[in-house]
Design a protein around this ligand. Structure first.
Ligand code: ARG
Length: 469
């Protein structure tokens, strides 16, 4: 219900009650207020205001005394928020006005001077940039910890043989360590994307004011430096109106979530009884309320599902920003809920993935047995024919195919096909061929750079420690 009095308007909003005769409709207030979401920006908001107040004093726009009282007062507001003693008010819309209004209650008149040469438009752009910058750093640090877990496991299993897959069909034997190291590379690139985005976003919008800059003699370089930005943004219209930095954060997060979902999916597959490659302890599984035999990998499934949230956040914000005319529009207030939710989901998924990698134990015998099933050393046989008999690879492929068919008929692995049967297919084959046929020989021979040989994997893990940790 709209309260119809000048006094009600002034009470409902001390920031612009001067111009307004009637208090906002309750639904207007509800759709407009963002405090439930953006109160999370309180520390950034207060840091921005402190930098702004100090700059105003340095420039002679505020007295030193007013600036001191503002800075002290903001410290009190921050402490109140942190001990849960702050009463957030929906009528004050957002974190910026909630903080400023409380500051006025605490210190009186100087608080009313803080908003000189500033607007909520550059204020929110600054606060949110600071927050997203922090989120990039937090994501990077968490991914580093996940890489640490993967490298530790990979070193332990540099020589543990498992089937490598294409089309989820056994393809060639690889080592479990090599497989885990593939994810170390992926998460390394994800970290790089957060770091790149951070570099690009590290410019200060503060001092763009509402959109056009200000007539006050402000020092934007000072506030930029005080807040750890590399420089002020060069254009005030751009400063208040782009959210590409949040979109870059969400893109990097989305890509990381794809990698996390692939790892999670493999955990789900590997720990199922049909595969039985790995086991997650009770700490990382759940039981079923009806089927006593079950150990469900719920955490892995939920990490797999996190991608859905992150795609949603990115597409959602991209859709909000698309086609918005310069400069600020209230649509942009929708940037925060999505970004906060996406960052929370990402951090939780990374933590869960890290926990599961540290936790998992490997059934080496089962992995190795599975690696020999499905004629996974057929390529090694074909390569031997090329190397030792100088056969063209296409012919070697054909001869190997016939030997695989023979193995199938006999119900044995390639390494167990009698030499006589092999000779019947290609008479130049001799007993030396058996040296390349077991899965152990196969992986040991893959010594090319980036290959799966245990010695290579150990080297790769060592190099990765230097590159990433
Ligand atoms: N709560 C607003 C947001 O998050 C702050 C900026 C408001 N600016 C304005 N011109 N109404 O975008």
């Amino acid at each position: 219900m709209a309260k119809k009095s000048k006094k009600a308007a002034a009470e409902a909003n001390p920031m612009w009650g001067g111009r307004f005769g009637v208090a906002p409709d309750a639904i207007m207030q509800k759709i407009n207020a963002s405090i439930d979401v953006d109160k999370r920006l309180y520390a950034e908001d207060i840091a921005g205001s402190i930098a702004h107040a100090r700059m105003l004093a340095k420039q002679g726009i505020l007295t030193a005394n007013d600036a001191r009282r503002i800075v002290e007062g903001l410290g009190k507001v921050k402490a109140e928020i942190e001990r849960g003693a702050f009463a957030f008010r929906t009528a004050l819309e957002d974190i910026h006005m909630n903080v400023e209004s409380r500051l006025a209650e605490l210190i009186g008149e100087p608080a009313k001077r803080l908003h000189t040469a500033r607007s909520r438009n550059d204020q929110v752009a600054t606060d949110f940039r600071l927050w997203v910058r922090g989120a990039c750093d937090r994501a990077e640090a968490a991914l580093r910890e996940l890489q640490r877990a993967l490298i530790d496991k990979a070193e332990k299993h540099a020589g543990t043989i498992m089937p490598g897959f294409t089309h989820l069909q056994p393809a060639q034997p690889v080592t479990f360590g090599h497989h885990l190291m593939a994810y170390v590379e992926m998460f390394g690139r994800d970290r790089g994307r957060f770091a790149d985005a951070r570099k690009r976003m590290n410019e200060s919008p503060l001092g763009s004011a509402a959109l056009a800059g200000t007539s006050f003699p402000i020092d934007r370089h000072f506030t930029a430096q005080a807040l750890g930005f590399d420089r002020p943004m060069a254009n005030s219209l751009d400063g208040v109106s782009d959210r590409d930095f949040a979109l870059e954060f969400l893109s990097a997060a989305m890509l990381a979530s794809i990698h996390l979902s692939r790892l999670a999916e493999e955990l789900v597959i590997w720990c199922g009884p049909q595969f039985g490659f790995v086991r997650l302890s009770d700490a990382w599984t759940t039981g079923s309320s009806i089927m006593p035999q079950k150990r469900n990998p719920d955490a892995a499934e939920l990490v797999r599902a996190t991608a859905g949230r992150l795609f949603g956040a990115l597409i959602g914000l991209a859709t909000v920003m698309k086609g918005l005319p310069l400069t600020y529009s209230k649509d942009m207030q929708e940037d925060k809920a999505r970004s906060f939710a996406a960052a929370d989901a990402l951090m939780l998924a990374i933590a869960a993935a890290t926990g599961m990698i540290d936790d998992l134990s490997v059934d080496e015998a089962r992995m190795k047995a599975s690696a020999s099933a499905g004629f996974t050393t057929a390529t090694d046989l074909a390569d031997w024919l090329v190397k030792e008999l100088n056969m063209p690879f296409r012919e070697a492929h054909h001869a190997t195919g016939r030997i695989v068919r023979r193995a199938e008929e006999l119900g044995v692995d390639i390494a167990e096909v009698p030499l006589a049967d092999m000779k019947a297919i290609e008479k130049r084959i001799d007993a030396r061929v058996f040296a390349v046929l077991g899965v152990e020989n196969s992986v040991k021979s893959r010594t090319s750079f980036g290959g799966t040989a245990p010695a290579q994997v150990r080297k790769a893990a060592k190099a990765a420690r230097r590159r990433f940790l």
